[in-house]
Design a protein around this ligand. Structure first.
Ligand code: BTN
Length: 315
């Protein structure tokens, strides 16, 4: 968000401030104050001007809504509707940009892992974070794990009992239905990571029946029994948690362990080399799952993981 606009909002958040006082405080002309107020109104902020300027309402979603009060250095680009936020972020990567979040209310060509379609109706939090971390490509999976942790934290702060299924699905509720998925894409030359696009799709204020995923789906709305979903706060919490983790990559794996439900579970993983079945034991750098199988321990770096129900002793 433009810095002067942020200052205007901060100044008028707690009560009416006369135009001339605001102009003096920000060291700009009264005409400039008026222009900033008009721009903020256009972005959805409700600003009363009866007795000085006073902020009476903030927009529920959008770029300025998320950027206002965001404690992370991301610029947010919002689209009511777009093909895919990952595609847009990749385009921005080619233009040498970084630390941009492409956020959409609806996607018409959302993409999931393994070239699957990702249904993205209006009401979701569909976003892609473009970054250029100073690490090699082998460490890129860490940022996917960080995104899963950040999404899980934001869901928990919203009152939803969420956890991570390896490597990057966020599940919720007793049925362990899918709440969110992550698609990370990267660019660079051999041995060098140029850019990373971390795409996060959260079924937020949507009907689970409207989102077709590869497993039973849920949404924040459904988990809150139809209660209000504050997408602005959710998105802000997610981005702040992600920023904190990417700033301290050494802490990502342990954070993942404390938010994941896979370790300790019987799993079946479809890998490019065939299925691996056994008990998930741990996750090791840069995000591989260690599975105790009948023939010993195996490290799995990629695949579709299914949590198997524990076999009952009575059968
Ligand atoms: C999965 O298959 O689980 C990953 C789904 C990732 C979907 C998100 S929505 C925002 C971003 N844009 C896309 O086209 N895909 C990702």
């Amino acid at each position: 968000m433009q810095e002067t606009r942020r200052q205007v909002l901060d100044a008028i958040a707690d009560g009416p401030v006369a135009g001339p006082d605001l102009a003096a405080a920000l060291d700009v002309s009264r005409a400039a104050v008026w222009k900033h107020v008009e721009a903020l109104r256009e972005a959805g902020f409700d600003i009363d001007a009866d007795d000085g300027y006073r902020l009476v309402g903030t927009p529920s979603f959008g770029a300025t809504a998320v950027e206002y009060g965001l404690d992370a250095p991301f610029e947010v680009e919002f689209h009511e509707t777009i093909g895919s936020t990952n595609d847009r972020a990749r385009h921005l990567a080619r233009a040498d940009r970084t630390d941009i979040v492409v956020l959409a209310d609806e996607q018409t060509g959302g993409r999931g892992r393994l070239a699957r379609e990702w249904a993205s109706p209006s009401g979701g939090v569909w976003l892609s974070i473009l970054l250029r971390p100073a690490v090699g490509p082998a460490r890129a999976p860490l940022f996917t794990l960080a995104a899963a942790v950040a999404t899980t934290r934001a869901a928990r702060r919203a009152g939803v009992d969420a956890s991570i299924k390896w490597p990057n699905d966020v599940l919720a509720g007793d049925r362990e239905a899918k709440l969110a998925g992550i698609l990370t894409e990267m660019g660079g030359e051999t041995g060098r990571l140029d850019w990373l696009v971390v795409g996060i799709g959260v079924n937020a204020d949507v009907d689970p029946a409207a989102v077709s995923t590869d497993r039973p789906a849920t949404s924040l709305r459904a988990e809150l029994d139809g209660g209000d979903v504050d997408r602005r706060t959710f998105t802000r919490n997610l981005l702040e948690a992600f920023h904190a983790l990417r700033s301290e990559p050494a802490a990502i794996l342990s954070a993942w362990r404390t938010h994941a439900s896979t370790p300790g579970r019987q799993v079946r993983i479809e890998t490019p080399d065939g299925p691996v079945t056994g008990r998930a034991v741990d996750v090791v750098p840069p995000g591989s799952l260690v599975v105790e199988t009948d023939s010993g321990r195996e490290r799995v770096s990629a695949g579709d993981c299914e949590h198997l129900r524990p076999v009952s002793n009575n059968t």
